[in-house]
Design a binder for this molecule. Sequence first.
Ligand SMILES: Cc1cc2nc3c(=O)[nH]c(=O)nc-3n(C[C@H](O)[C@H](O)[C@H](O)COP(=O)(O)OP(=O)(O)OC[C@H]3O[C@@H](n4cnc5c(N)ncnc54)[C@H](O)[C@@H]3O)c2cc1C
Length: 417
Amino acid sequence: MDRYSATRLVREGLRGQSGWRPVWRRASPKPRYQVVVIGGGGHGLATAYYLAKVHKVTDVAVIERGWLGGGNTGRNTTVIRSNYYYAESARLYDFALRLYEGLSRELNYNIMFSPRGMITLVHSRRELEGAARSVGAMRLNGVDARMISKDEIARRIPALDMSATARFPVLGGFVQERAGVARHDAVVWGYARGASALGVDIVENCEVTGFLGEPGRRIDGVSTRRGDIRADKVVTCVAGHSTELARRAGFELPITSYALQAFVTEPVKPVLDVVVLSTASGAYLSQSDKGGLVIGGGLDLYPSYAQRGGAASARKVLGAVADQFPSFASIRLLRQWAGIVDVTPDSSPILGAAPMKGLYLNCGWGTGGFKSIPAGGWLTAHHVATEEVHDIARPFTLDRFATGALIDEAAASGIVH
Ligand SMILES: Cc1cc2nc3c(=O)[nH]c(=O)nc-3n(C[C@H](O)[C@H](O)[C@H](O)COP(=O)(O)OP(=O)(O)OC[C@H]3O[C@@H](n4cnc5c(N)ncnc54)[C@H](O)[C@@H]3O)c2cc1C
């Protein structure tokens, strides 16, 4: 792998940018691998990278039906934070945040991580009590959250309507200063580059259509549109398509797939240097480096595989933003799209073994799996390579839906479910 550096930039500048090589090697599928990872989103690529880097398991293929990052990882609003309520979640998401903090250096690839802070707005006295309790829990769990006053909010978010007659009056809020955003594509490309350099085969345009072995008992590989591939172990990292693949492997997952929308406005001068989330409306926004306001909100509350989203949710989210930031109401919308997110009954992910030999799960991240990509990949690789579920991942195994040990993060997942 060519290392990127300032010296390299200067050298390439002087010789007409002729020395850059493709960021990853495009491979054709081989008949057999030690590990096949299905899904070339952030979690699949991070799993392959940590398998090769940490565990020296390099006989690995990532099989992607479209292009790398064409799923939710390339469609999300890129908020990274660890301000969750339960200790189990705090451990998981803070582990991810710590990995994100060093990721550009680890991958030698600028993922543009910008820890600009995230402010959660509170709009009623009742919510204020809930926020204080959440902040208390987060601090006990070692997460850097604190309550902030109306005055500090007004100072840090000048465009926000703080008047007493505002549609969503602001009573206060809380902040996590280490939270922020990163560039979604760069996370995908950085992991792909790192994995490929370590020997992982990355195969695009290759849909997995079924499994080899005895469905319901043992998985020996996958069938794809480009032929069968045998493998000792198969990992699924396919987000909203997890239930489809599970069914083909002979079991059901407690996941419902919904469309979640995102919106980007035309670029404007810098007006917002934190991520802002409103608990009352569920709408949240940040400003990208290019100047566009990146806006998200609640799910389209009906199961769907259409990556467009419906008008009702769009109107609700954009209306809430216009109510809270009156000066933004005249900014034109540039793009809108949706991704298909995999929501579990407790809004927490599923990590660990499938109910059959040879198959491993990394799914159920729902609306919040971008922030967890480094941890999801790291923990999945640990399980696949060592056959032991890591302590951080143990509360998130599939059997919690049988034991009842749910980790209900519907509130802390930030947006309305
Ligand atoms: C609009 C929107 C906003 C979001 N905002 C945030 C946010 O601000 N912060 C946050 O943390 N999270 C956010 N999320 C959630 C986050 O994007 C996802 O949880 C995360 O990207 C999931 O990553 P993944 O690698 O599991 O899935 P994906 O990136 O979806 O990758 C799965 C891949 O599997 C491939 N695949 C599917 N079926 C097959 C098959 N049969 N064979 C081969 N390949 C297959 C798909 O093509 C896809 O590329 C948001 C999601 C959306 C849609």
